[in-house]
Ligand binder design. Structure first.
Ligand SMILES: Cc1cc2nc3c(=O)[nH]c(=O)nc-3n(C[C@H](O)[C@H](O)[C@H](O)COP(=O)(O)OP(=O)(O)OC[C@H]3O[C@@H](n4cnc5c(N)ncnc54)[C@H](O)[C@@H]3O)c2cc1C
Length: 377
């Protein structure tokens, strides 16, 4: 996305990617785009398929104590909504657009390392087909995810880490089954959280709260479906979860993580390289795109107007929004999950909060405006 935004400003960028094109185009991950992200993809010319295939949602349901409570985004957040469209589809559209425009993407780059970013002449070193390459550049954007090489290349002591690890994870499946609801259902259940989501009118994406180190071998498909029925079919209505062949399954551990600052010399961190959220608020990909939007503006101001101010304030600009997203993701997670150390008091308080969020217009509005995406500035 960063190289796409920069190319629209006439600024050259090379994407150095560790994996093959096929692998990153098939990797199923996030799937809910905030309103402004969907708008940005359309406005910058990579939204044709999104407009055709994306599912626009104007609300979600919170399901607890046998009832559904709809949070109406259109009414509470000024007509805004979210678009359900897989992250790997966004990746496919961006790769196609960059290659069609003659952009440079190095796939399957080995032994990637970054150097010289504390001076004026950074270098990215990597191998292609076993051959070493040096890429000399003006800036390095560390968009290489939580396990990438950029953040660990910053000298120890220059970064402060803020972290919270949750005592649970999500067991997620992708199933060839028409979603049993037109909108996402977030279910609070005494045996643990469950989420009904979707990728298309034919494909469901379903999650169960589980242990962070859950052994998938203990979860044959029949057990997953049984538990999903148990946690989701609680309203007493004749509503039934639709089943179908399981296409993919996996366990995601959950953590909140931020490093400050998000820059060091000419190296700028963006997305998961700098921060991680638990997926409950559907914010990971959206926040990564918010970072690179800010970075593309800062780099454009530098190259076109010789201004350094936006580069200097990049970290502060991003972190102001990042921390609000952290708060929301932590809050949604705390509201909906079962915590083993919760006392009966905590459980009653959690239910009271759900009741409040779904019965107070003011409280529902705070959920809605965070979910569809906070303002950029
Ligand atoms: C299994 C899973 C499920 C998820 N589900 C959700 C969800 O439902 N909702 C949600 O909001 N978020 C979800 N997320 C989080 C969301 O996908 C991330 O927040 C988002 O991908 C962040 O984008 P990014 O570009 O910063 O990092 P990434 O998407 O991780 O991109 C980093 C890229 O850098 C490459 N790379 C890594 N190391 C190197 C290296 N040394 N050299 C070169 N390239 C390298 C990687 O191959 C990758 O292509 C999920 C994440 C995972 C792993």
């Amino acid at each position: 996305m960063l190289s796409h935004l920069l190319s629209l400003e006439g600024i050259e960028a090379v994407v150095v990617e560790r994996h093959s094109r096929r692998r990153i185009e098939e990797r199923i991950r996030a799937g809910v785009l905030e309103q402004w992200v969907a708008d940005l993809l359309v406005e910058t010319g990579v939204g044709d398929r999104l407009k055709r295939e994306g599912l626009v949602h104007h609300g979600i349901a919170l399901r607890f104590q046998g009832k559904d409570h709809r949070i109406d985004f259109a009414e509470l957040a000024g007509g805004k909504g979210v678009t359900v469209y897989g992250q790997h589809e966004v990746v496919k559209d961006l790769i196609a657009a960059r290659l069609a425009a003659g952009g440079a993407i190095v796939f399957e780059a080995g032994n990637v390392s970054v150097h010289g970013f504390d001076g004026d002449a950074p270098v990215i070193r990597y191998h292609v087909d076993g051959e070493p390459r040096d890429l000399h550049c003006d800036f390095v954007a560390g968009c290489d995810g939580f396990h990438g090489v950029c953040r660990p290349s910053i000298p120890q002591g220059a970064l402060t880490v803020y972290e919270r690890v949750y005592p649970f994870g999500w067991l997620g499946i992708l199933a060839e089954a028409p979603p049993a609801s037109d909108e996402l259902i977030y279910a609070h259940h005494e045996d643990g959280f469950a989420l009904l989501s979707m990728r298309s009118p034919q494909i469901s994406r379903l999650y169960l709260q589980c242990r962070p180190d859950e052994d998938l071998n203990l979860w044959p498909d029949e057990r997953i479906w049984r538990e999903l029925h148990h946690r989701l079919e609680t309203t007493g209505a004749p509503w039934r979860l639709t089943e179908g062949p399981v296409l993919q399954k996996g366990v995601t551990a959950m953590r909140s993580f931020v490093v400050e600052p998000m820059q060091y010399g000419r190296l700028f961190l963006a997305g998961d390289a700098a921060h991680i959220v638990p997926p409950t608020g559907a914010k990971g990909m959206n926040t990564a795109i918010a970072d690179v939007r800010a970075l593309s503006r800062a780099l454009t101001a530098f190259f076109k107007e010789g201004r350094r101010d936006l580069l200097d304030s990049y970290s502060d600009t991003c972190l102001r929004r990042v921390w609000k997203v952290q708060r929301f993701s932590w809050w949604m997670t705390s509201l909906l999950h079962r915590f083993d150390d919760h006392t009966p008091f905590d459980r009653r308080r959690q239910l009271a909060e759900l009741d409040y969020v779904t019965s107070s217009r003011a409280a529902a509005t705070t959920l809605a405006e965070n979910y569809v995406g906070l303002p950029m500035e």
